[in-house]
Design a protein around this ligand. Sequence first.
Ligand SMILES: *Cc1c(COP(=O)(O)O)cnc(C)c1O
Length: 433
Amino acid sequence: MKFFSTAGKSKPVTFREAVLYGMADDGGLYMPEHIVPLDAELITKLPDLGIRDMARSILRPYCTAVLDDGTFDDIIEEVFTFDSPLVALGDDLYVLELFHGPTLAFKDFGARFMARTLSEFAARENRELTILAATSGDTGSAVASAFHKRPGIRVVLLYPSGMVSEIQEKQLTTQGANVTALEVTGTFDDCQRLVKTAFLDDELKMHRPLSSANSINIARLLPQMLYYFSAFGQLGGAQVPVFSVPSGNLGNLTAGLLASESGLPVRHFIAALNANDSFKRYLTTGRYEAGRTIATLSNAMDVGDPSNIRRIFSLYDSDAETIGKFVYSDSFSDERTLEAIREIHGKYGYVMDPHGAVAYLAAMEYRRSTGSGVPTVLLETAHPAKFKGTVDAALNLDVELPDALKACMEQEKKSEKISPDYDEFRAFLWKGV
Ligand SMILES: *Cc1c(COP(=O)(O)O)cnc(C)c1O
């Protein structure tokens, strides 16, 4: 299996190279040359399979050439150590809880697989790698936790100052060891731009080998297919669901589309957005225009120019009409998000975080506009305690922090402030630790 660049100018590469480079040198993102179709028998067996069994069938074909069976097995045993339970709310609504990993957000699935494969490949080359990750909140902690203390790896996280929650910031800035947090006095898009610029800086990369750890790394994306299969299995394997996906960089949605292209029965995807609605505007007008990033309560979705849109374009030949057949999209204000948190709690007794609440709003709107009552799976991408301030205020509750978070809150924040100026960032990377 080879991986091609969505920008179409670089040569196709192996899984190993795609993971190590992160982004192609023509600025494109890597995509598998073909999507491996699953045999129908596997689909019927999904209700009986655990996440690691699914990984052996679904993920394995993408990396056979560069990981032997034993190594692959070791990796998935180490990486997929937690579940993604499906909780029934009622009214044919389900919550897929993706927050049972170490940093309490869905990004643990992808980040852990990527960290483990990347360290494997880097160790074979015997070179130190610097991992760059721009984060609007949860990416950073998932990545930092996944790479923490891995030999030969240095992690540099960039996050927008004042735009992540207190808990997220603590998770980003208290890892220590091989992890440095850079607090950028700018937006998330500035952070992403700094990372992208560094990747196109050949002189810097010669001096200091870089790799990316955002959802642009294909090793982050592929494992995210697994929990869509898991949800289908947990629904009993006979019902064709709608998935409502709280979306920012559209990585989670892209993984769902890949799952469906490889044979998972899905009625529709819903790209649930906050005020950052570039993708919805694209589906409506057929023209893509990046937006300015707007800060919201569901801040892990505050992305004006979602990077994975290029993968979606490549899957469907940049045809908005075709994409619109698979994906419905809607966007919601913070005010509606707060109302939704209250409504879900009132109706179902369930405490939802702001991202999941946006998924709920979009699912309700989808039902109204399609008259459809099919089983609807809301992806709950973070534990509500990660957004304690918002959730407590909305519900007049005191959401309890899980133990892992309590421990982290007691530690001291350690970050370095930098401006969104590339030269400053470059100098920081150049000098090393
Ligand atoms: C990252 C994140 C999202 C957005 O996922 P994308 O793959 O970037 O679309 C949604 N919710 C939470 C909690 C996140 O951390």
